[in-house]
Design a protein around this ligand. Sequence first.
Ligand code: AMP
Ligand code: ZN
Length: 499
Amino acid sequence: MTKFEDNNVFIYNTLKAKKEEFHPVNSPNVGLYVCGPTVYSNVHLGNCRTFLTFDMVYRYLSHLGYKVRYVRNITDAGHLENDADEGEDKIAKKARIEQLEPMEIVQRYTVDFHNVMKKFNACVPSIEPTATGHILEQIEMIQTILDKGLAYEVNGSVYFDVKKYAETNDYGELSGRKIEELREGSRELDGQSEKRDAIDFALWKKASENHIMRWSSPWSVGFPGWHLECSVMSSKYLGSQFDIHGGGMDLKFPHHECEIAQGQASHGVKPVNYWMHGNMLTLNGKRMSKSTGNTLLPHELFSGENELLDKAYSPMVVRFFMMQAHYRSTLDFSSEALSASEKGFQKLMTALKTLGQLKYKKTEVDPTLNQEIEALCAQCYQFMGDDFNTPRTIATLFDLVGKINAFEKEGEISKIAEETNDLLNSTFSGMVVDVLGLNVEETGNEGLLDETLQMLVNIRQEAKQHKNFALSDKIRDELSAAGVQLKDSRDGTTEYIIN
Ligand code: AMP
Ligand code: ZN
């Protein structure tokens, strides 16, 4: 039986404003699309929170045995200043200021993003498509929407006709916004816009003379609207109706509302079954945001070089800090909170190491203890299945830490059934390493060093078995010169001691 058959997952679906049991369109396959970064600056910790949330979602679904196709795009064109339909492209603006090619800006910040994600031990998506790599497909989708009569062309630009669409569809169903309110709240001044209606949004924009990121299309030399790329890339790789779409809450409107309209207009179906939105990371109670300058960058955290910090924190501690909050709650960043997380993280990782080292001894089973451990393991899955409740899962893992530490005092794992010991091991390491994505190596070099030394000891053992004494002596002598003594014992095992 695959794990997902035994463990239901309930997801808070923003579209329905309630938790729903997760049923993939084509189980065991799952399609997951996450809006990626606009690569015009270094990602800040707020951005990282959202990406780590969906990394955890991907990890948990994969852990349950689903075959997840995880698509996270790179926005490298079309995202204009203020997320609006007018203004300069964010990437082109940065390129102008720095006197670089837009693609140099894209390359620099894509590399930075990848480096940061790697430090946080985030999984690499199955596909990471770019907007500029899908201009033809975007043009095709615009043509389809035009053909369906749900868009119109003015002066070489194409706009989505929201009013027409809303005659037969519910525009605003994701964000809860009403068309009239949107129209009244629109910042566009009468007569200044070529749009028929202030609530319409751009699918294609004709490039002004100084807009350097431009492509040919049937309507003009121009560029695609920001919302279009996600509709195009999600449907291309996951189908016109797929399982989960994620992003930060700030993307609900207009970005995701427009994605729904575009998908429905071009394919005649609702594009996404479960919409998930992560809440914001705040700093001093205010949303961390590039535009207000209220940000903290990952490298400042890892080096401790920021006046808000009392010291440096490792990427794994920061990841753990984020996992301690539910993804739908806001999380306020502070040095004190991180410091508390660091202690908790170390406790958890020490228990993981202890568990790996303790031997199991078959003894008479203590039914209460046995049942307690079974129940705690089951609870981890229940909490993860309850809309990915990582804080409650972590609290349950700490209950298990208590049991592991008690075993450590005894020097062995006993008084529980062998299957319970297996369950404890697989649940604890499964949740900590596979699902929460925490790894020991990143806490410092200690774990990595241990693993490397153990590998050399094993290679030396093999060399001895093959009577290759030249190699086994060489390993011993060179380790000794580097300050690591090997002690062979009679039972054939070898210990290493670091001087
Ligand atoms: P952007 O590069 O601006 O398109 O944003 C990338 C992702 O980061 C989006 O999913 C945003 O919703 C998310 N995001 C931006 N600011 C924050 C924040 N303060 N906390 C959490 N997520 C954020
Ligand atoms: Zn998007």
